[in-house]
Design a protein around this ligand. Sequence first.
Ligand code: SF4
Ligand code: MG
Length: 337
Amino acid sequence: MGELLKVDKMKTEFQTEKGTVTSVDEVSFDLNEGETICLVGESGCGKSVTSLSIMHLLDRNGSISEGSILFEDKDLANASEAAMRKIRGNEISMIFQEPMTSLNPVLTIGDQLTEGIRLHMHYSKKKARAYSIDMLKKVGIPRAESIIDEYPHKLSGGMRQRVMIAMALSCKPKLLIADEPTTALDVTIQAQILKLMKKLREESNTAIILITHDLGVVAEMADKVAVMYAGQVVEETDVFTLFDNPKHPYTLGLMRSIPHITNPDDMRLESIQGSVPSVHNMPKGCRFYDRCPHAMQRCLEEKPQLKPIEDKQSHSIRCFLYEKEEQDYENKKKAKE
Ligand code: SF4
Ligand code: MG
């Protein structure tokens, strides 16, 4: 498995009336071919901005101000719009939560599907149409030969999401970014869509960045996980370690917010006390300070860095509790007092 994507200390800023706002700060993770990483965290934690940054699809007032995004040998952080146009929809494609917003209501399914195929794969009209019908069948759309000439509003939400997946995968991308692709769908359809994504991943070795706030989806799909909080990755590891041995106080809080598995009648979501700090007023030290049950004086004053714990290079945490020096620091301070 070769390395496909390496995001390193990426920072994304927006120019607003209230000044410059940093939405994503020092986000780092990497991804091999065929691998799936889930980005998890509460809404507004920077998951979507991270993926839009990679795709250069930020609103006009947003830009990547620091860091790098290596996709194979290309640095996407500094890529021109012309270069990105070749990559988008071809080498990297994206599906969103609400397919209706990304499908054009005045064009038929076929028109929209064949456009990308003709552009990137240089197929003739006839060949692109036949290939589109094949793709629609592949994603489980019945009567694909007639659905191809329908307009999006004729289809159910689940069917539209299938069309989006067909569209996203038609040019055999190396990387698929899926931003909450099943959130708007009912549970049965959700399970079908996830199964479909898994099948397509196995067939074509597509790597996936899957954005979700659903830990059930994470358990089902992820090879590894990056937990995000207030615009930063606070824990990154493989999916087994995340569920067996989560470490960051925020991750532990999220885990406790899973509905009680032992008692299916009790589906209460236990949320974490407090709220995410405002982008206009980020704390000087740890961003989780206000909500953290283990907060120490140091956390108020210094910014924790994302670091591998112990000898385990594959498990990184942004928290002073897991730094070896922490004990020395506390001891030294005690000695001074
Ligand atoms: Fe809590 Fe401190 Fe760790 Fe932040 S650095 S998560 S405040 S213990
Ligand atoms: Mg989002």
